[in-house]
Design a binder for this molecule. Structure first.
Ligand SMILES: [Zn+2]
Length: 291
């Protein structure tokens, strides 16, 4: 039943016009929205790079609870009911598990499979059955805190559009602590939120990111730095996660829609870089001739 459901989802996306684009509450959309009861399962992953100690686990777990409080507060502002439940898998939501490495972009399904084997289950289905957790009627998101030196990100397990496994690396590339705002950002991704910040070649173009900076300067999908009380769930994200209505202009922020422009920006950048490198080498050669 479960696997059939998740097979059905991409088919629905293909054949129902505008599905996933317009805010039309349907049983599927209601299931995917960041509303009602959301069950969270968390694991702390030790890697060859580093190990968790108890104090650190407690620290990040507190940050996770803080991020949930923030999201519940934002839901309230948007007139939505939201409640996180961390107790659906009592005893297992703070487990530390060793996986040699969890690379950015590694297969989420096999990652979950490996974790389940480490904690003594045959797989995720076996685990869910043990806890009598029915995926057809209850929402489940899995968050991994990985001890590694990498950037945090979320990715999907079951479908292209909605992300069910978030991987949060607990020391990012510049060595900063990953706090509650980053965790909230990643949880929002799990419910379909788009990145709204500018980074060459990713998610937004220069033009769309300029508009976003003007319109939604405090969006948590644009920045995670600063005081959490100054951040918010913007209109675009609210639509993505099922809190707000669709507006036509939101389409331009769709990373799929603006991908052509993003690729062009990236190619222009590379071309400019190559040109300056050629110029630099020529100058060096000339200088060498003079000497
Ligand atoms: Zn992001």
């Amino acid at each position: 039943m479960k696997s059939r459901y998740f097979l059905l989802f991409p088919i629905l996306c293909c054949f129902v016009p505008g599905f996933g684009q317009n805010y039309r509450p349907s049983p599927v959309k209601a299931y995917l929205s960041l509303t009602g009861e959301v069950n969270l399962l968390t694991f702390f992953i030790n890697t060859a790079y580093d190990y968790w100690d108890e104090e650190e686990v407690d620290f990040y777990y507190e940050e996770l609870l803080e991020s949930q409080k923030w999201l519940e507060w934002q839901a309230d502002i948007w007139g939505q009911e939201l409640e996180f439940n961390n107790d659906a898998f009592l005893g297992d939501n703070k487990s530390t598990v060793y996986l040699e490495k969890v690379l950015r972009g590694s297969n989420p399904e096999s990652t979950i499979g490996k974790i389940m084997k480490e904690i003594g289950f045959k797989g995720l289905d076996d685990f869910l059955e043990y806890y009598q957790f029915d995926l057809d009627t209850r929402k489940l998101k899995i968050v991994l805190f990985v001890k590694s030196n990498n950037r945090s990100h979320a990715y999907n397990r079951w479908s292209v559009k909605e992300m069910d496994l978030a991987v949060i690396y607990c020391r990012n590339t510049i060595g900063m602590i990953t706090g509650s705002t980053v965790i909230a950002h990643e949880i929002l991704h799990q419910f379909g939120a788009w990145d709204l910040y500018y980074e060459l070649g990713r998610s937004q173009t220069r033009e769309t990111s300029d508009i976003i900076r003007e319109k939604y300067p405090n969006s948590i999908m644009r920045r995670t730095s600063g005081n959490e009380n100054t951040l918010e769930v913007d209109e675009v994200t609210a639509w993505r996660i099922g809190w707000g209505a669709f507006q036509k202009e939101f389409r331009r922020y769709d990373p799929v829609v603006n991908s052509k422009e993003r690729v062009k920006e990236y190619q222009d950048y590379q071309w400019a870089r190559r040109k300056s490198l050629i110029h630099f080498n020529l100058k060096k050669e000339k200088k060498g001739q003079k000497n």
